[in-house]
Design a protein around this ligand. Sequence first.
Ligand SMILES: Nc1ncnc2c1ncn2[C@@H]1O[C@H](COP(=O)(O)OP(=O)(O)OP(=O)(O)O)[C@@H](O)[C@H]1O
Length: 303
Amino acid sequence: MELVIQNLSKTYPNGTKALKNINLTIPKGMFGLLGPNGAGKSSLMRTIATLQEADTGSIMLGDLDVLRQKEEMRKVLGYLPQEFGVYPKVSAEEMLDHFAVLKGISNPKERKEVVAALLQQTNLYDVRKKNLGGYSGGMKQRFGIAQALLGNPQLIIVDEPTAGLDPAERNRFHNLLSEIGENVIVILSTHIVEDVTDLCRNFAIINKGEVLLTGDPLEVINNLNGRIWRKFIHKSELAAHQAQYDVISSRLFAGKTIIHVLSDVQPGVEFEPVNADLEDVYFSRIFEATKGERHEPAEVIMN
Ligand SMILES: Nc1ncnc2c1ncn2[C@@H]1O[C@H](COP(=O)(O)OP(=O)(O)OP(=O)(O)O)[C@@H](O)[C@H]1O
């Protein structure tokens, strides 16, 4: 089963073109949707999740026409939205039981088993009686995944799930996602490049409502190898370098600034070649797409 998105466009009433003719084919497994703030990721996720209408285009999940067969789609969809609110004074077990009722699991015995199994899977069983208000950010996100898994969905959407998690919780969340991603389609929408490198066999970069690139992370990294160069500079030299070279990103390292430059040949003697990573792919694509309208190179934020 694949999710096939064709010619999908959306303009909000205020004139913002959030999605511009999106075409994507998303196979089984973990799929990363990468883009900066405002790229259109949430708009795309909400449209796939039948929470908002598109202006034009189609989305097919196998034979299911997502934009027309909304009820059917909701039965096979698990969704962890960006803002996932919980009732603070309710325990995880009670809340999940309530969600299970909403998902149509009406038999109490079956529901009890399903809820217990999901709490085990997300490693929350021991804290199932605790009120959700007392959960850490990571525990809340794992609870969000537990509710998204109710009813054995074929497509799971997780929107910015690791923002704000500490490294240990992020790791736990990654392991959970990769287990799930073995059997169904999981779309992971994020601006954290590392999450995609670690988890996804396929990914797409979107910016300003357009797909800039789609493929296998390892292949696209290979395609960039030999074209990324780095140089240590003083921060005050940044503007001059930007004017002279295609500086795709800059970051601070031990008090110095490291720039990454995109070039088919060695840009100068002080530049050394670096093995490209997905961050270089991401920044070079965004760089090429925004050439001419940018004043600052991307500043790498280490997560
Ligand atoms: N309901 C809305 N009405 C008008 N404009 C909107 C609405 N929702 C989003 N936008 C705009 O559409 C564009 C895409 O937003 P969207 O939230 O889909 O991006 P995003 O990639 O998810 O960003 P972020 O990571 O910041 O959530 C942005 O310019 C945003 O301001």
